[in-house]
Design a protein. Structure first.
Lengths: 165, 502
């Protein structure tokens, strides 16, 4: 817990400084008769973030915040595995959307999740991973007319467009 | 009496077949979401908001309002049956709801929670109907300096009353505001904060990306981690006879219900307070004024009634500043406010003038949502208990997929989906380290409005900062905000000086 709090504060400190630097691309000073320049709002907010981060680090060093007093691990081994498996598979699904599209990436993700983490039967998994994309298609593409990304699988949907749109 | 006329017009809108159907459907969905451990109104509203583009804005907000209410009812179900709060707003309900369930009185606790929610909801909507029009009228006189002062006040309440680590709270507010500044400078039109020159940032960061990231993906990661291991579920015997007996016993708790409702409503109006502290305070007061305080925590029915009346009342209370001033009173209403901007409605008092049908349709539908949530809740108690048996490993991937698709739909940009994943993961890690995240969501919604009102004021006053203090209303609000901001500092200094003298 202690180490995690310090690392987070340091990462956010770096991010805040980056924000200030990035905001400085626009005028950050006071323009007479008009008030602050375009970058001032975000520049000074970034400065506020820097101050907050420094305060968090000082309080950490003095052991004033609850996480800095805690000896518990930030995540135990099991939580760590769950965290990496879930966020990793989510990233893989989102990455997959670019390549094979929503309608193939989503069922693969769902099947993996339900099988690996839930140990459900293949029958149930098949049912849910097939029904979800179908419902998604009808709700978003037909009812809302919002086209979801399909990647290389786009041609497979031409007949469906012909029927429903 | 003009209000009654407007309200009856509102009922005509609320009872249109589409809207009434959405109220009933929304209340049921809300109950379902609320009943799932970990998920509450804010998660439901954030994840489902992109789905509401199907219907007109008035119907959409009616649907989301019904979800909000339903979730407040539903939160009690998992608090009582599992001893795990269905949402943070139902934490106080576990104190006595769980012991009641362990004594075999689960059904009584569930009925008590439902009825108290109904009373809290109804009283608060009546208060809302009475307070909203005059407040909106006053707010019509507000110019940009007053608007800006109000937003400062909203953020100041988090610092002064939030009770979280102060540097972390301020950090959360700042980062939300900075993220809202991404895109183009509103005055000069120059590109601003386009990180790594990615074009995806040029359309700004949609508040939904942050809201779904934190309340969808982040919350799911959190729930997966905290709900490991087996949970013992209480059994409930439900019969009409037992329900009637429970209702009779509940008549004796009317004082607690009234107290919880009024308290919850007024606490709910404050942006930083809201339903969770409101329900905890109501529980505390019920215990203090009770003749038998020692039975609290061991299954006293008043201990269920007080927080449940308060959390429903608070959810209505938080809508008051959202509709009349354009300042949300809770994270859920912040998301609703963001939704209103997407639907093309300008939040604030002008709504009461320009979009009467929207405002009054929403208010009337809250009366309806409250009634339907009560009926559905009591009639389908066994069904909602069954929800708790649904394995989380089936629900979780469905919710993740909803988040991803919902994050894509508003802008049709995969860039936003990646950003949402990053916000979700980072938000989850920050939450583990006690960073409050609600202020960030409020800030990203209010950020563009805050910057605009600040710069309009300053252009109007030729760059004179004193404009915020010279006008009577904005000056008063600013002073209150500054007091709230320095209050924690004074507390620290006092404690130190006490420590030295002692």
């Amino acid at each position: 817990m202690r180490k995690a709090e310090l690392i987070m504060a340091l990462v956010m400190l770096v991010f805040s400084v980056y924000l200030m630097w990035k905001s400085a691309e626009l005028p950050i000073g006071w323009i007479p008769e008009e008030g602050p320049g375009g970058g001032a709002f975000s520049f000074w907010l970034g400065a506020g973030m820097v101050i907050c981060c420094i305060t968090i680090i000082v309080r950490w060093a003095k052991r004033q915040s609850p996480p800095s007093q805690s000896d518990e691990p930030f995540m135990d081994r099991e939580a760590m595995t769950l965290f990496f498996v879930i966020s990793g598979s989510l990233a893989a699904m989102i990455g997959g959307i670019h390549v094979v599209g929503v309608y193939f990436s989503v069922p693969i993700f769902m099947a993996f999740y339900m099988r690996y983490l839930g140990r459900h039967s293949w029958k149930l998994i098949a049912a849910i991973s097939v029904v979800t994309p179908i419902v998604t298609f009808f709700f978003f593409e037909i009812a809302l007319l919002k086209t979801l990304p399909k990647g290389i699988t786009e041609p497979l949907f031409y007949p469906l467009y012909d029927i429903f749109l | 009496m003009e209000v009654l006329g407007l309200l009856s017009d509102g009922f005509l809108i609320a009872f249109e077949p589409l809207n009434l159907g959405l109220v009933i459907f929304g209340a049921a969905v809300g109950l379902f979401i609320g009943a799932m451990p970990g998920l509450g109104s804010v998660n439901g509203v954030a994840i489902l908001l992109p789905m509401t583009f199907l219907v007109p804005p008035t119907s959409a907000v009616i649907f989301l309002g019904a979800i909000y209410y339903g979730a407040m009812y539903g939160g009690a179900i998992s608090s009582i049956m599992l001893g795990i709060p269905g949402a943070s707003t139902a934490v106080a309900t576990t104190f006595d709801g769980r012991p009641m369930a362990l004594k075999g009185e689960a059904d009584k606790a569930l009925v008590a929670a439902a009825l108290a929610s109904f009373v809290g909801g109804t009283i608060s909507i009546i208060l809302f109907t009475a307070f909203a029009p005059p407040l909106a009228e006053v707010a019509l006189a507000f110019g940009p300096p007053e608007e800006f002062a109000l937003m400062i006040l909203a953020f100041a309440t988090f610092v002064g009353l939030g009770g979280d680590d102060i540097p972390k709270t301020m950090f959360s507010i700042f980062i939300g505001l900075v993220l809202s500044a991404v895109g183009f400078d509103i005055v000069s039109g120059e590109p601003r904060l386009i990180f790594f020159d990615l074009t995806g940032f040029s359309h700004g960061i949609n508040f939904l990306v942050l809201a779904i990231g934190i309340y969808g993906i982040g919350e799911m990661l959190w729930t997966v981690e905290t709900s490991r291991g087996s949970v013992a579920m209480s059994s409930a015997t439900v019969s009409v006879k037992r329900t009637m007996a429970a209702l009779k016993e509940l008549m004796g708790t009317w004082k607690t219900m009234l107290m919880g409702s009024f308290l919850g409503y007024f606490v709910g109006i404050l942006p930083a307070a809201g339903a969770t502290p409101g329900s905890l305070m109501a529980y505390g007061i019920a215990k203090t004024v009770a003749k038998d305080p020692e039975t609290f925590g061991k299954g006293n029915i008043n201990g269920v009634v007080a927080p449940e009346a308060a959390n429903n009342a608070a959810s209505t209370g938080s809508m008051l500043p959202m509709l009349t001033l354009g300042i949300p009173g809770s994270p859920t209403t912040a998301i609703l406010l963001g939704g209103m901007v997407i639907w093309g409605l300008e939040p604030g008092p002008m709504l009461f003038v320009e979009h009467k049908e929207f405002v009054w349709g929403l208010i009337a539908s809250l009366y309806a949502a409250n009634l339907f949530a009560l009926l559905i809740n009591i009639a389908f108690i066994p069904a909602f208990i069954a929800v708790l048996r649904l394995p989380f490993t089936i629900l979780a991937p469905i919710i993740f997929v909803l988040c991803v698709v919902g994050g894509y739909v508003p802008t049709l940009d995969m860039h936003d989906v990646w950003l949402m994943l990053i916000f979700g993961v980072v938000g989850y890690l920050m939450r583990k380290l006690d960073y409050p995240l609600a202020p960030a969501v409020l800030a990203i919604v209010l950020g563009p409005l805050a910057e605009r009102s600040m710069r309009q004021s300053l252009i109007g006053s030729h760059g004179d900062m004193m404009t915020f203090f010279e006008r009577p209303i904005s000056g008063t609000i600013m002073v209150i905000a500054i007091i709230l901001l320095v209050m924690p500092l004074i507390k620290v200094i006092r404690q130190r000086s006490k420590g030295e003298t002692a």
